[in-house]
Design a protein around this ligand. Structure first.
Ligand code: IPM
Ligand code: MN
Length: 354
């Protein structure tokens, strides 16, 4: 009897439902071909629901998510909702409550995808960023003093626990070993200024590195990392970093791999339920036009299958994406410039799975 995985689908706002539709199309085809089943349950979380009902993310829904094998998200964000409400109330709350302590962002330049970096090829841009996803400046620790006065003080604290840092670093070392590419893990921090937080990261990194003598462990300051991403991206294999640095450098990395149209991410709890999503947002101006690029969502779907244990299906999708790009039928990675509709890109990739 074939295995069935329960997947929670969160299409969300804006172009979210359009890209998720294509993602489902592709992962379902891959599942059929590889003889397993996907059982989808829809959740209408997002800005639309919030504006209609005032409800953001009920605790009971979080409990329900714990019973799934994985979660697949389109996009969250609505132009009529004040920034911060949905991000904190849905995205960050899910990461924290489900303890998705790794944010995994592979950065790979696919064939025929344009990079803004002159003279860089597919083999030069191929790294994985492991971002800590539950601590740092994202915990919301801090506060105001004398708010709205001229003496106002605003404090935003970066929380770094030995436990949280160590589990993230351990994940990154294991990943570097399994990936077996250049066998190099680079810690990205700011030890020259953040003499408490980055120091804890560095000391923990050094301790764990001793267990992996066969791997090269390296260090880079976050500002220098930005410089090298542009100048010598080929120097990197796997990078591990804290939550905010990871947020920033993964946007830079997404651009050098061809933009938000292709960049995928996973919010991973290796012991629990993980959530996969395209890195791009809800793109209100492209909504409903069937012109948004679904490849990032399709890549996120492949990542999801990999993590739930269906590596062969994940690999098949990756190959189909590469074949679709090699065919030259997709003219650009940008919304509205693909030469094909969102649906046609999904169809093309799904057809290459057969
Ligand atoms: C991301 C996003 C989120 C983050 C926002 C939407 C809260 O930028 O997933 O990188 O900062 O983590
Ligand atoms: Mn971000």
């Amino acid at each position: 009897m074939s295995k069935t995985y329960k997947i929670a689908i969160l299409p969300g706002d804006g172009t979210g439902p359009e890209v998720i539709r294509e993602g489902i199309k592709v992962i379902e085809t891959a599942a059929e071909k590889n003889d397993f089943k996907l059982d989808f349950t829809d959740y209408d979380l997002g800005g639309k629901r919030y504006l209609k009902t005032g409800e953001i993310l009920p605790d009971s829904v979080i409990e329900e998510f714990k019973k799934f094998d994985a979660m697949y998200l389109g996009a969250i964000g609505h132009p009529d909702v004040k920034p911060g409400i949905l991000e904190k109330g849905i995205l960050l709350k899910l990461r924290f409550e489900l303890d998705q302590y790794i944010n995994l962002r592979p950065v790979k330049l696919y064939p025929n995808v344009e990079t803004p970096l002159k003279d860089k090829k597919s083999e030069d841009i191929d790294m994985v960023i492991v971002r800590e996803n539950t601590e740092g400046l994202y915990t919301g620790a801090g506060g105001f003093l004398k708010k709205d006065t001229l003496q106002e003080v605003a404090i935003q604290e970066s929380i770094n626990t030995r436990f949280g840092v160590e589990r993230c670093i351990r994940y990154a070392f294991k990943l570097t070993q399994n990936r077996a590419k250049n066998n190099k893990l680079t810690l990205c921090g700011k030890t020259n200024v953040l003499t408490y937080a980055s120091d804890l990261w560095q000391r923990t990194f050094n301790v764990v590195a001793k267990e992996y003598p066969q791997l090269t462990s390296d260090y880079v300051n976050v500002d220098a990392a930005c410089m090298w991403f542009v100048k010598n991206p080929e120097w990197f294999d796997v990078i591990v970093t804290d939550n905010l640095f990871g947020d920033i450098i993964t946007d830079l990395a997404a651009m050098i791999q061809g933009g938000m149209g292709v960049a995928a991410g996973g919010n991973i709890n290796p012991e629990g339920v993980s959530m996969f999503e395209p890195m791009g947002g809800s793109a209100p101006k492209y909504t409903g036009l069937n012109i948004i690029n679904p490849i990032a969502t399709i890549n996120a779907g492949a990542m999801m299958l990999e993590i739930i244990g269906e590596s062969k299906a994940a690999k098949d999708i990756d190959n189909a994406v590469i074949e679709a790009l090699e065919s030259g039928k997709i003219k650009s990675m940008s919304a509205g410039k693909m030469g094909l509709s969102t649906t046609e890109v999904g169809d093309l990739i799904a057809s290459l799975l057969h």
